[in-house]
Design a protein around this ligand. Structure first.
Ligand code: 4NP
Length: 152
């Protein structure tokens, strides 16, 4: 059965589009049947392409973010997706507060799939330019999520 997975950050122009592209590539490599998407808790960048720094850092590792566009999470996402993964605890608490009663989505922190890392959240790279570390974290957690889905 197709697993529906949504990655969520604040703006949906840095971390979640990168997570989406990284995980889509890893899932395809592993032959997993998944649909992957990204969204922001804010509506600040609806319709915008990912941040040019995120696009460049991702492209250097072979991930193409250029087709992606920003969108804001909507109530129906909690019914449509099986798993909604936040980049940090602020995103997570907004998701938990807006999760409709009876929705099927399980909501959690993406880095819970990489418990060996020192970080438990993906830091916001928008102001500090930490795009390479963000990619390291997302690749580790993406591999962990692939393993979790393979053993489910
Ligand atoms: P993201 O990063 O949540 O990883 O997409 C940000 C993008 C934009 C802003 C903040 C964080 N902003 O303030 O516009």
């Amino acid at each position: 059965m197709t697993q529906m997975i949504l990655f969520v950050c604040l703006g949906n122009i840095c971390r979640s589009p990168t997570a989406e592209a990284v995980f889509r590539a890893k899932a395809a490599q592993a032959g997993l049947d998944v649909v992957v998407d990204g969204a922001g808790t804010s509506g600040w960048h609806i319709g915008s392409p990912p941040d040019s720094r995120a696009r460049m850092a991702a492209a250097a590792r072979g991930y193409d973010l250029s087709p992606l566009r920003g969108r804001q999470i909507a109530p129906e996402d909690f019914h449509r997706f099986d798993l909604i993964l936040a980049m940090d605890r602020s995103n997570l608490s907004k998701l938990l507060a807006s999760r409709p009663a009876g929705a099927k989505a399980e909501v959690g922190l993406f880095l819970d799939y990489a418990p060996h890392l020192p970080e438990s959240e993906v830091p916001d790279p928008y102001y500090d330019d930490g795009f390479d570390r963000v990619l390291d974290l997302l690749e580790e957690a993406g591999s962990g999520l692939v393993r979790a889905l393979q053993s489910a």
